[in-house]
Design a protein around this ligand. Structure first.
Ligand code: ADP
Ligand code: MG
Length: 242
């Protein structure tokens, strides 16, 4: 059974159809990458999954539940998702520990002691134990983005959505963030990610989807998409970015 099923999803902004009938399945423990030119609809699709956008047609099922039903409890859906964006959206006035424990305590009703225990476990696992009491501006960009990923993990999401999480980083800091994502895959986390790091995408993805003008033009295992794409447009895109 799929963890996430996107079925015929359309999204329009005024007279512009940004998503034009997207179908996508994500199975448990699978890593699905969305690639495609800027403006092809990758972020909008992730935002629809997280209910930051409403869809104009089609349905999205999360663990069997239709989350595009207008009666759905949006907070309840978001509780099951972890999302990380390009810009490190840490709260600047809060320590790393407080950033990580805020949602578990406020949204999930976890006790401070339990939330801090889990935060320390995650910080240790990802090599940031020494930074628990630091403020975001005392960290490098790579460390901030690692904290943002840890913060998303702190609520034990069933699905992580990662939108260009390394795009704002200096090249030297990209690797440490990609390492976290690799580790997450090894631990069995289900993820949908968008990235410009094609080597990484090829390594980590079970399925690669090429979006073109709001449609999934083709999808398949990375070997197939990167070595033997069906469509000229996929080939042209890959030639431009590789
Ligand atoms: P990608 O992440 O692949 O670069 P996006 O999903 O950000 O693409 O954008 C897809 C298209 O939707 C672009 O043409 C963008 O300008 C448009 N778009 C995204 N968000 C909005 C919005 N809130 N209002 C109007 N147009 C938008
Ligand atoms: Mg985007």
């Amino acid at each position: 059974m799929s963890l996430l099923t996107i079925d015929g999803v359309w999204k329009n902004f005024r007279d512009h159809s940004v998503l034009r009938g997207i179908d996508l399945e994500v199975r448990p423990h699978e890593v699905v990458s969305l690639i495609g030119a800027s403006g092809s609809g990758k972020s909008t699709l992730l935002r629809c999954v997280n209910l930051l956008e409403t869809v104009d047609d089609g349905v999205i099922l999360l663990d069997g539940q239709d989350i595009t039903d207008p009666r759905v409890d949006v907070d309840d859906v978001r509780k099951r998702l972890g999302i990380v964006f390009q810009a490190f959206n840490l709260f600047p006035h809060m320590t790393v520990l407080d950033n990580i424990t805020l949602a578990p305590r406020r949204v999930h009703g976890v006790t401070r002691a339990r939330a801090e225990e889990r935060a320390h476990d995650l910080l240790t696992r990802f090599g940031l134990a020494a930074k628990a009491r630091a403020y975001p501006d005392q960290l490098s960009g790579g460390q901030q983005q690692r904290v943002a990923i840890i913060r998303a993990l702190a609520t034990e999401p069933m699905l992580m959505l990662l939108d260009e999480v390394t795009s704002a980083l200096d090249p030297a800091l990209v690797v440490e963030v990609l390492e976290i994502i690799r580790e997450l895959k090894q631990s069995g986390m289900t993820m949908i990610l968008t990235t410009h790091e094609m080597g990484f995408c090829r390594d980590i993805s079970d399925t690669v989807c090429f979006l073109d003008g709001g449609v999934v033009l083709e999808q398949g295992p990375p070997e197939k998409i990167f070595n033997d794409p069906e469509h000229t447009r996929t080939r042209d895109f890959l030639r431009a970015v590789l």
